[in-house]
Ligand binder design. Structure first.
Ligand code: PMP
Length: 408
């Protein structure tokens, strides 16, 4: 297999990077929303449909067995990706949103009680806020929110002061999609577990950039979204610690998650199938496993080094723009830079630079409470992947400068 040691070899793997947008070569800096896909991922999915498709876990015929082996092989790949102890702990989902909803819904069915507390932070994505609000409403538990400091870090003093034996579940983002802050999740997990809480880590923005070891983190749940880590949309993993998954009730009911069904009583299947009702997105799981292999071929050292260089170069170049205000200036950041420019609206800047072929995200980034905390409507966010280059950063910064000139 070809080495991926140069940026041009890496870029060759991503056909979409050759596209033009508005007659300009695409500069794709919206990777935190969704990354682009390498050929190996696209080919794995297409080859599955061309040669191997059938339903899984059901048939005794050849294709069904082949598809089942491939699907379970993908589960083993994702177990290794996260360094989980067992494939029983790897539940395929459609992404982080489904992973969090699975846990929140399950816990709201008799596990969480009035008097319990669910702890989140001010920097959570809506998908790590709303499911817990719903779980609180249905269970009678209380939602407790930890403050964020002005530079965009979790206020650890506030965290420790709010943590107590009432805290049943802590759900915290590993890397903030809006600020880029890398949170000290191992330390936070240790503190929460010391008071007997379960811990869910939202890894939607960390899995693309940081090597994950769920046993080292010692968390009870970890969620990721395949489409943010070079995999397909509709793919994701919820890691759950085996003893915890055995303790909590299922999420969706249906085929596959049962052992026996009568109208009087249903018994549930063993892990992980207890949490995988219905026909899964088999092709998406295979694509995700291929994305994991792609990341392993690159190695997180190379990913981290390339992206750190891009982040610091972009921060320096953007810093030349008069009136720029960075939102989120924590010392440890990964993947994303958020900013505002005095006298301009983020969406106006985004619209103008799109005309120049540059794709960034503008708005509240599904973190409205965080934006409210900073007293801003939203930001411009540039987010990076391993295929981005310094030349693209130059094009982006030049485009932003042009937009500012037009708007001021
Ligand atoms: N959490 C974070 C931190 C995210 O950035 C996102 C996606 N923007 C999500 C959760 C939700 O992920 P998905 O839409 O893939 O389910």
């Amino acid at each position: 297999m070809e080495m991926l040691s140069t940026t041009s070899a890496i870029r060759d793997e991503f056909p979409i990077l050759e596209e033009e947008v508005n007659k300009h070569k695409l500069v794709y800096l919206d990777n935190a929303a969704s990354s682009q896909k390498p050929k190996v991922v696209i080919d794995a999915m297409s080859s599955y449909y061309v040669h191997h498709h059938s339903n899984v876990h059901r048939g005794i015929h050849h294709l069904s067995q082949v598809a089942t082996d491939m699907f379970e092989g993908a589960r083993e790949e994702m177990r290794s990706f996260l360094n989980a102890a067992s494939t029983k702990e790897i539940i395929f989902t459609s992404g982080t949103t489904e992973g969090i909803n699975l846990v929140a819904t399950s816990l709201s069915r008799g596990v969480l009680k009035a008097g319990d507390e669910i702890m989140i932070t001010e920097m959570e994505h809506h998908s790590n806020i709303v499911p817990w609000q719903m779980a609180a409403t249905y269970s009678g538990a209380k939602l407790v929110v930890v403050n964020v400091t002005p530079d965009g870090q979790i206020d650890m003093e506030d965290f420790h002061s709010k943590l107590s034996t009432k805290t049943k579940l802590l759900s915290v983002v590993h890397v903030s999609n809006a600020l880029g802050t890398v949170n000290p999740v191992k330390e936070i997990t240790a503190a929460a577990k010391a008071v007997g809480a379960w811990v869910l880590i939202d890894g939607a923005q960390s899995a693309p950039h940081i090597q994950i070891d769920v046993q080292d983190l010692n968390c009870d749940f970890f969620t990721l979204s395949g489409h943010k880590m070079y995999g397909p949309t509709g793919s994701g993993v919820l890691y759950g610690r085996e003893d915890v998954l055995n303790e909590i009730p299922p999420y969706k009911g249906g085929g596959e998650m049962i052992e026996t069904v009568t109208f009087e009583k249903t018994t549930y299947n063993e892990l992980p199938f207890k949490f995988e009702a219905g026909t899964p997105d088999i092709a998406a799981a295979l694509g995700l496993a291929e994305a994991s292999r792609f990341i392993k071929r690159l190695g997180y050292d190379q990913i981290a080094q390339t992206e750190a260089e891009l982040m610091s170069y972009a921060t320096e170049k953007l810093g030349e723009i008069e009136g720029i205000q960075f939102i989120g200036t924590a010392p440890k950041k990964s993947g994303a830079i958020s900013f505002l420019i005095e006298g301009t609206h983020p969406s106006d800047v985004g619209t103008i630079i799109d005309k120049l072929g540059v794709a960034v995200r503008t708005g509240h980034h599904c973190t409205q409470p965080l934006m409210a905390k900073f007293g801003i409507p939203g930001t411009i966010r540039a987010s990076f992947a391993v295929y981005n280059t310094k030349e693209e950063v130059d094009t982006f910064v030049t485009a932003v400068k042009r937009a500012v000139k037009m708007l001021k």
